[in-house]
Ligand binder design. Structure first.
Ligand SMILES: [Zn+2]
Length: 313
């Protein structure tokens, strides 16, 4: 059996993220329910629901991997401190805790270090994380208010290249108070042009901007662009044709050897379980009309490509 590898997942803990992040989480949950005519109590979401996501030791993550038969998972934190206010735990400590989690589970876990490139110590920290700690690459979240082609970000990309590792960058729109525009796939164009040998993963297939990502991908086959389809769980269910079209187009543009599966969990798992998500991706291979996929393309997407990109045995 081909492996199943999730290239996009997180460990969350209350004090690893700014309070404003959790506030936004509550507001979104309330509004999404309101849209469906349901009233929910924000305090219940805050005190009962959100804590179920917290998993600083990775215990829950490993349990769900076992249940869903996921062979390997790429895990990282997120640095929204400059954008939303600093959390209690500095990002350097979060990255270290995530590296420790990998050290305890080297056969099942790979890890990316993350930092806002505008931090003064960013270059030094990423050099330590990828060198001394041997983390597997860099994760960027430009929605915090920077661009992948900023001078500070380029300094980080150079560190990644020196260590011969890879970059995963968020692409596509996001909730307030974060900035969607900073994660527009158009901004990849410059970075791909300036770092043609670097493996850059565009996360979330750019969500509703997937056509713009396709335009970039299709025009730049001579660089290291990869695409992850994480966080499409709901869209795949609600708009299966659009999902199939997006995956088909992006596969044609970057090549079936550069498409990657992921979840963005723990965010989605409670409502859109990993097992169901894997089934919906496999179902692409069984389509008899519209966009079609071979079994080999689905096996590559679900894990074979990630195994190669992240040097996983
Ligand atoms: Zn994510």
């Amino acid at each position: 059996m081909a492996p199943i590898i999730d290239v996009h997942s997180h460990l969350w803990a209350e004090d690893w993220l700014p309070p404003a992040f959790w506030d936004a989480f509550v507001d979104i949950a309330v509004r999404q329910n309101e849209k469906r005519g349901k009233t929910v109590d924000p305090e219940t979401i805050r005190s009962k629901y959100i804590p179920t996501y917290w998993d600083p030791t990775g215990e829950k993550l490993l349990e769900r991997m076992d249940e869903a038969n996921i062979d390997h998972q790429v895990v990282f934190g997120v640095d929204f401190g400059l954008a939303l206010g600093e959390p209690e735990t500095p990002i350097e400590e979060v990255n270290r805790a995530i590296a420790d989690f990998r050290d305890d589970n080297p056969d099942r876990i790979s890890v990316l270090a993350t930092i806002d490139p505008r931090r003064e110590n960013a270059v030094e920290h990423i050099d330590t994380a990828l060198g001394e700690w041997d983390m597997d690459g860099l994760k960027l979240h430009p929605t915090a208010g920077f661009y992948i082609h900023d001078e500070e970000t380029y300094e980080l990309l150079e560190v990644v290249q020196d260590h011969d590792k890879r970059v995963l960058t968020d692409t596509g729109p996001i909730f307030a108070p974060l900035y969607s525009e900073c994660s527009h796939p158009n901004h990849l164009d410059r970075a791909l042009a300036d770092f043609p040998d670097l493996d850059i993963i565009a996360a979330h297939m750019s969500f509703g901007w997937w056509r713009d990502l396709y335009a970039i991908a299709d025009s730049k086959p001579n660089c290291g662009l990869h695409v992850d389809i994480s966080a499409w769980q709901e869209r795949a269910k609600e708009r299966p044709k659009e999902f199939a079209t997006a995956v088909r187009r992006l596969t044609d543009a970057v090549g079936s050897d550069r498409m990657l599966w992921g979840t963005d969990d723990p965010a989605f798992d409670p409502v859109h379980p990993k097992e169901e998500w894997i089934e919906n991706v496999r179902a692409l291979g069984e389509r008899t009309s519209g966009q079609r996929f071979t079994r080999d393309e689905i096996d590559a997407l679900l894990g074979e490509n990630a195994a190669r990109l992240f040097d996983i045995d």
